[in-house]
Write a protein that binds this ligand. Sequence first.
Ligand SMILES: [Zn+2]
Length: 272
Amino acid sequence: MPPSTVCLTFDFDALSVWLAYEKTTPAMLGRGEYGARVGVPRVLDLLASHGLEATFFVPGHTVESFPDETERILAAGHEVAHHSYAHLDPSTQTRDEEREDMERAWAALARIGVEPVGFRAPSADLSASTLELVEEHGFLYDSSLMADDYTPFRPRIGDRVARGEPLVRGREARFWELPLSFELDDWVHFQFNFDPYRRGGSTPGDVLEIWTAEFDWMHANVDGGVLTATMHPQVIGRGSRIAMLDRFIRHCGETGARFARMDTVARELDGA
Ligand SMILES: [Zn+2]
C-alpha cells in the first residue's frame, strides 16, 4: 500500500435530499438543481485538470432526473455507487420499504450499465436492517459509518445494545467499511438552511485548515491510511469552495499521497 490514500467522494443528491424533508419548497429544489447544472460540471472539470478519478454516490432519483449529468460522470471514468433511490433516512423506513427502495435504485443504475459495488446510506444514518441489506445485496463496501477514521474495517452486524447493559458484539460483516466523518463533510460546514435550521456558513479557509490538518495527521501517523472526503456538488460547486478543493488536492498531492476510487481501495483490501 502507498503511504496515504485520499478518496474524494461526491454525493450527487440533487433534488432528492430536499424532497426527503417534511417541507419542500421550489427554492429548496432549485438549490438541488444547482448541483446538477453547476456543481457537477465544475467538479468534473477540476478532477480532470488533476487527472483524478473519484467516487460519486448517485441516488436513483438523480440518475433518472439528470441522466446527462450522470452519463458525464461515467464517461469521465469515475465510479458511480449506490446511494438509495429516494434519499430517505433509512431509520424512518420499514425493512421492506428500505429493501424496495434499495432495489429500485439498483434497477435505475442497471439501466445505465452500472453494477454498483459500494453503498452509502442517505442522510448519514442507518436503520437496524441497513447493514444486513448491504451484505445481502453483495456490496463490496459501505461508506456511512464513523467507528474508525483513517482505517477501513469490517463493521459488525447484530450488536445488542441496551441502557444499563454492556455491549454484546455481533458478527463481522462480509463487506468493508470505508469510514467517513462530519469533519470532512462539506454539507456540515457550508450548507445553510432555514427549516430545518442548519447554520452552515463556514469560510473555505477554515474548512481547508481542518481538512489539511486531518490529512497531515493521518499522513504522519497512520501507515496506509485512507482519508474520505464527503462532498456534494450543490455545496462544493460554489466558486470559493471549488478553489478550496483545488488547494486541498494540491496539498495532499505534494506529500505523495495517491487519490483513488473507493471500489479500488475495497478491491485492494479484499486481495490483501
Ligand atoms: Zn446524500
